[in-house]
Design a protein around this ligand. Structure first.
Ligand code: NAD
Ligand code: LMR
Length: 314
């Protein structure tokens, strides 16, 4: 399968492309950026794994990059610095995502579109609206990549409870910023319980984990390596599903009827057409109902901001 990475020369783009080059289901890895792509592509192309690598730079090369792509992963855009919210990235990243998704609508309208660029709560609605404007929208093929929230939740819970992280799964629903991130500790497998205070701290750590990295990097960007891992995990799951595997589930931010928010992350069964089935929120503990009540207004505000922006900036 052909996988395109847009923003491939960036902090996420480079390690993500490296990890995708290792995936045997990728036959063509097509890399696009506005800078440095020839070098990144030349470097990766020397790895003795099956994927053929091509590098494309500048908008006139988007057609060659995207044509025939099965999956497009988009980590293009600016990252946060300490003191910023993800929403502070909106003004720069909204138009980057709009233009790249517009190219997808033209050159690979049936591809799976995976948005990493922040603020995900707004860039995913923007991507969907662009596909609608071009008449090629299918809600089953547009995903916000929120896998990093699950990766973090699994890691932190396994560490706290001295479990093997390979066997810990904590669903994370909602959106991808602060209080819109809703970890479902009550649905963790295996079943894990926390005293109330420890539980509150754990939830707050998962919600603020992006900021933890932004502060530790002290102005040099946000999570790149763990995000590359998470992005490769999500793309790998999508590749498995497109390849016919029938039990592939990932939490991802998609168009949704699960709450009053028009987009919402829940566990999704992936299939050959993208979203096969939304597995829903499931049963919540009382403390999670309160988290959800806090998340919904903020999340819908972020969604509406993206939808309104694209109306006046088509
Ligand atoms: P970065 O600045 O290191 O890399 C971004 C890359 O995008 C650069 O190479 C840049 O040249 C490229 N780019 C800019 N405009 C472009 C365009 N029009 N077309 C193609 N490429 C373009 O940033 P990063 O650390 O890789 O982060 C990228 C984005 O991912 C940020 O918005 C960040 O907030 C977001 N992010 C999301 C998650 C998540 O969980 N979804 C996690 C971490 C970071
Ligand atoms: C993350 O969760 O690490 C990303 O959304 C990047 C950020 O700005 O925190």
């Amino acid at each position: 399968m052909k996988v395109a990475v847009l923003g491939a020369a960036g902090g996420i783009g480079q390690p993500l492309s490296l990890l995708l080059k290792l995936n045997p289901l990728v036959s063509h890895l097509s890399l696009f950026d506005i800078v440095h792509t020839p070098g990144v592509a030349a470097d990766l192309s020397h790895m003795c794994t099956p994927a053929h690598v091509t590098g494309h730079m500048g908008t006139d090369q988007l057609e060659a990059c995207l044509s025939g792509s099965n999956i497009v992963v988009i980590p293009a855009g600016v990252p946060r610095k300490p003191g910023m919210t993800r929403d502070d990235l909106f003004n720069t990243n909204a138009s980057i995502v709009r233009d790249l998704v517009d190219a997808c609508a033209k050159f690979c309208p049936e591809s799976m579109i995976c948005i990493i660029s922040n603020p995900v709560n707004s860039t995913v609605p923007i991507a969907s609206e662009v596909m609608k404007q071009r008449g090629v929208y299918d809600h089953r093929r547009v995903f916000g990549v929120t896998t990093l929230d699950v990766v973090r939740a699994n890691t932190f819970v396994a560490e706290a409870k001295d479990r093997d992280v390979a066997h810990v799964n904590v669903p994370v629903i909602g959106g991808h910023s602060g209080e819109t991130i809703v970890p479902l500790l009550s649905q963790a497998t295996p079943r894990i319980t926390f005293p109330r205070e420890e539980r509150t701290k754990m939830i707050e750590r998962i919600q603020n984990a992006g900021t933890e990295v932004v502060e530790a990097k002290a102005g040099a960007g946000s999570a790149t390596l763990s995000m590359a891992y998470a992005g490769a995990k999500f793309t790998g799951s999508l590749l498995d599903a497109l390849n016919g595997r029938e039990d592939v589930v990932e939490c991802t931010f998609v168009q949704s009827d699960e709450t009053e928010c028009t987009y919402f992350a829940t566990p999704i069964l992936l299939g050959k057409r993208g979203i096969e089935q939304n597995l829903g929120i499931g049963r919540l503990a009382d403390f999670e109902v309160s988290l959800l009540e806090k998340a919904i207004p903020e999340l819908q505000k972020n969604i509406t901001k993206g939808e309104e922006w694209i109306k006046s900036n088509p």
